[in-house]
Design a protein around this ligand. Structure first.
Ligand SMILES: *[C@@H]1O[C@H](CO)[C@@H](O)[C@H](O)[C@H]1NC(C)=O
Ligand SMILES: *[C@@H]1O[C@H](CO)[C@@H](O)[C@H](O)[C@H]1NC(C)=O
Ligand SMILES: *[C@@H]1O[C@H](CO)[C@@H](O)[C@H](O)[C@H]1NC(C)=O
Ligand SMILES: *[C@@H]1O[C@H](CO)[C@@H](O)[C@H](O)[C@H]1NC(C)=O
Ligand SMILES: *[C@@H]1O[C@H](CO)[C@@H](O)[C@H](O)[C@H]1NC(C)=O
Ligand SMILES: *[C@@H]1O[C@H](CO)[C@@H](O)[C@H](O)[C@H]1NC(C)=O
Length: 821
């Protein structure tokens, strides 16, 4: 069974184009955003080989650390068939044979990912991998994704063991506690209603001898209110609950300090990575069996749970712990050099609203990441949040790294914490590109690229190789859903957000996105979807998420456009201000009255779902439409379409600079062309060359967006769901065209019905910290929160009202606070 699955996986990976299909070599690089951009739940140093370290992400694969502090991605080969490889739920680096690396991969355990998980096995430190299929799912982007370690499974699947370097796996039958904790059993999507399962596995290397299995193993299980830490002293044959353990909270991390003969355990009352309002740090002495509560704070100062734990293997008694989520005024990290008897923190109050900061902040490698100051009224966090991983280099006590919801911070001066009482916090995620890209534009003038991105808003990319100084601001939304430019006035942009629905989610810019203004005609409580701006920039067409299609001219109040289906793909003509296009299921729509009304035009074969529409930059009426049934081209405003032969399914589509001056634009498409590939055509879709290669799969094709450079022939940008933005330039010579035109004109329908259309539910385009279901939090009978106390936020179950004189104000998705009225 295992062998069959393995073969199937390999066969998928080998699927290419049909024999004889041409390809051209391309050079692929990340557009540099720098600083990561998403959650880093795990950072692990190999204890035996100096300088060997890895980081894992929840939706963007795994990375290896280089000696110059940069990171190299390891899973860029993951293609459409293997998109779930980018959800890395656990990582193990072999302490005995350091070249061996194991990754447990899979994206979701609910229906969002239909595939089982797999262990990816490398024996060359991550250069190449062999997959070993698992008979259950793995959820790298699920709740609790910071606490699962190698071979402790989710979903009640228990503890698994391999004795052949990960090739085959068997359930550890003597271990019966599979973990009962469920974040929210009422979540019908299955995302929050799955069991978190085994949280961590920690080996006591000192208990064994070289060459034989480690006898003493500790396992932490996601239970709250019952026993959660187990030990085996015979290599896993039999297990018992560790006596005297605390049972109030979930154990998040268990880290062994061999010199102290102790296990440090962080606890939180939530699975994370967003929640947790209480917790503890305990130390368990292996020899005496004593448990000591060494929690660094207590009382009203303990309003968070704990995540990351690190020990300095060279300094007996040096331990660091991170608050998993202290949403206000900032995250927090504690350090002890006496085994937890006393602690120092990165900041302390110096009389509200002032903080004493025992660190200097450095975001020079990713200046956008800021903030460079902590504005406690705005709820900005400098130290970070979602801090499930913290690590001290086992060969260098000055070198530390920790992962947050947004980046990796660390420095090479950690010992200054103890001497000068001041340490550097520097963004050290250079090379990690972990964003979920929602949309990209490459206008014909101005900056080459402007992005709309999940969680980190998006950027004006003045340079493709330098990290931007700022993300889109004012309005500030965590996620920008879409962006467009006006064809005749390309400095004029529109951007839409998915943020807090109490603010208007449409923004406009007249300087290529350097500055933005809110569109005051946008309704409240409407967000997301797709947006298009007319060629002269006076009109905005918005296909909202769940509120139909609407249009606004001259910043007037948006009005409904009932003649276009609410799931339509939309785009604007780039030359004729009056023309907008739409498409839904198999019907193409045209508006010639600036988006007020649309009429049905031609038919898109037997399509049931439209992905995208691309327009010729200069020729009104010349449009390309990608659907679940292929790629369609019209040169007469969609009155009739030509079906591009050989393409059975198409996703992102873009038109870019032509090969020859005055020629037809180069066309780029992600398509199923006897296998999923990224293709370019220089002759209107007659001949295609494949431009991606075995090392660049770009993950899920249906989650990606594509745009082509309007000025540089051959250059294409691919926005991924988890691995940032790639740009590709041709580096090899193009094959000569061979095909003869076999396209067929399919339709001249002009009276297609508009009455039936289905709403498509696409796979979730998850981002690292926005995709989750909220749990209900309000309770009418609770006593109000005190002044400056928490009164709301993701997972908050406390009071949602404030004492008299204070008002509850949303600071961010996770934290609302009582501020003076
Ligand atoms: C580490 O410190 C503890 C006391 O904190 C001591 O008992 C132990 O012997 C020390 N171990 C080593 C290897 O120095
Ligand atoms: C630590 O260094 C930073 C940067 O020089 C400084 O702003 C901060 O005040 C220092 N903190 C302490 C407690 O000395
Ligand atoms: C946003 O809208 C949703 C659904 O309409 C609602 O449940 C939620 O409370 C709104 N949030 C805010 C901050 O207004
Ligand atoms: C497409 O429609 C526009 C607006 O009505 C019109 O100006 C143009 O001539 C049409 N093009 C074709 C090829 O029909
Ligand atoms: C569109 O027209 C402009 C101006 O004439 C020209 O520079 C550009 O190359 C044209 N683009 C294409 C794709 O034909
Ligand atoms: C690609 O198209 C072929 C032929 O239509 C189909 O068998 C295959 O399942 C498709 N692949 C994907 C990933 O959709």
């Amino acid at each position: 069974m295992y062998k069959l699955k393995l073969l199937a996986a390999l066969a998928f990976g080998a699927v290419g184009l049909v024999d004889g299909q041409a390809s051209q070599s391309y050079t692929w690089k990340n557009v540099k955003i720098g600083g990561g951009g998403g959650f880093v739940p795990g950072i692990i140093f190999n204890p035996s080989q100096k300088g060997l370290a890895y980081a894992r992400t929840d939706i963007g694969g795994a990375y290896k650390l280089n000696s110059d502090d940069t990171w190299t991605p390891l899973l860029d080969f993951a293609d459409n068939a293997r998109w779930n490889y980018w959800g890395v739920d656990a990582l193990a680096t072999d302490p005995v044979q350091p070249n061996r690396l194991y990754l447990a991969t899979g994206m979701y355990t609910n229906s969002w990912d239909p595939n089982n998980g797999q262990i990816l096995i490398s024996s060359d430190s991550g250069s190449t991998f062999t997959p070993s299929s698992l008979p259950f799912k793995i959820g790298g982007n699920m709740p609790g994704r910071g606490i699962v370690l190698f071979f402790g499974a989710r979903s009640g699947n228990g503890l698994w063991k391999s004795t052949d370097y990960g090739k085959t796996w068997a359930k550890v039958t003597g271990f019966t506690d599979t973990g009962s904790f469920i974040p929210d059993s009422s979540d019908t999507s299955g995302y929050n209603s799955d069991k978190i399962g085994i949280a961590w596995v920690t080996f006591d290397k000192a208990s064994g001898s070289s060459g034989s299995a480690t006898p003493r193993i500790f396992v932490g299980v996601a239970n709250k209110g019952s026993t959660s830490v187990y030990v085996s002293t015979n290599g896993g044959s039999s297990w018992s609950a560790v006596a005297g353990q605390p049972t109030d909270f979930l154990p998040h991390k268990g880290v062994l300090s061999p010199a102290e003969r102790s296990l440090y355990i962080s606890y939180s009352d939530g699975a994370g990575p967003y929640d947790g309002t209480g917790g503890a740090i305990y130390k368990y002495n292996i020899d005496t069996g004593a448990w000591t509560n060494i929690t660094p704070v207590s009382g009203g100062d303990l309003y968070f749970g704990f995540g990351g734990v690190a020990v300095d293997l060279q300094k007996n008694g040096t331990v660091m712990v991170a608050a998993l989520n202290s949403w206000w005024p900032d995250g927090q990290i504690f350090r002890s050099i006496d085994g937890g008897a006393s602690w120092t923190a990165l900041w302390a109050w110096n009389g509200y609203p002032n903080l004493i900061k025992s660190y200097s902040y450095d975001d020079s490698l990713a200046p956008w990441i800021g903030p460079n100051y902590v504005d406690i009224t705005a709820g900005d966090l400098q130290i970070g949040w979602m801090m499930e991983s913290i690590a001290i280099d086992p060969f260098d006590s000055n070198h530390w790294l920790y992962g947050t919801g947004e980046t990796i911070y660390g420095s090479h001066d950690l010992l200054k914490w103890d001497t000068a009482g001041n340490v550097t916090i520097k963004s050290l995620a250079d090379g990690i590109e972990e964003t979920s890209v929602q949309a990209l534009i490459s206008p014909p003038s101005g900056p080459p690229l402007i992005s709309a991105i999940g969680d980190v808003a998006g950027f004006v990319h003045e340079s493709l190789t330098t990290a931007p100084k700022s993300h889109h601001t004012n309005p500030d939304w965590a996620t920008s859903a879409d962006i467009d430019f006006a064809g005749n006035n390309p400095s004029n942009l529109v951007r839409i957000g998915t943020g807090d629905n109490s603010t208007k989610q449409v923004a406009i810019s007249s300087d290529y996105g350097v500055t933005w203004n809110q569109h005051y005609g946008a309704p409240d409580n409407v967000n997301g979807g797709k947006v298009a701006i007319s060629a002269n920039a006076d009109t905005i067409l918005w296909r909202t998420s769940g509120h139909g299609v609407m249009v606004s001219q001259y910043q007037a109040t948006f009005s409904a456009v009932s003649s276009l289906p609410s799931d339509a793909a939309i785009t604007s003509d780039k030359k004729n201000n009056a023309v907008f296009y739409g498409a839904s299921t198999s019907t193409f729509y045209l508006s010639t009255d600036i988006g007020k009304t649309f009429s049905a035009k031609g038919t898109l074969g037997s399509s049931t779902s439209v992905f995208d529409i691309a327009v010729h930059p200069n020729n009104t009426g010349d449009v390309w439409v990608s659907t679940d049934k292929g790629l369609f081209h019209s040169t007469n405003n969609g009155t009739s379409f030509t079906t591009i032969s050989g393409i059975s399914q198409a996703w992102g589509i873009a038109l870019g600079a032509p090969k020859t001056v005055g020629g037809y634009p180069a066309i780029f498409v992600a398509a199923n062309y006897s296998g999923v590939a990224y293709l370019r055509s220089d002759d209107q879709g007659v001949n295609w060359v494949k431009i991606n290669d075995a090392a660049h799969g770009f993950g899920s094709a249906s989650s990606n967006c594509i745009t082509a450079d309007a000025r540089t022939y051959g250059r294409v940008y691919i926005g991924t769901n988890g691995r940032g933005i790639f740009y590709g330039d041709a580096s090899g010579s193009a094959p000569s065209p061979t095909a003869t035109a076999t396209s067929t004109t399919t339709s001249t329908t002009t009276s297609a019905t508009t009455s039936t259309h289905t709403t498509t539910t696409s796979a979730p385009t998850s981002t690292s910290s926005t995709t989750f279901s909220s749990s209900s939090s309000s309770s009418g009978t609770q006593t109000p929160a005190s002044g400056y106390g928490q009164c709301g936020g993701q997972g908050w179950t406390g009071p949602t009202t404030c004492v008299s004189g204070y008002t509850c104000v949303v600071q961010n998705d996770f934290y609302s606070q009582c501020v003076p009225s």
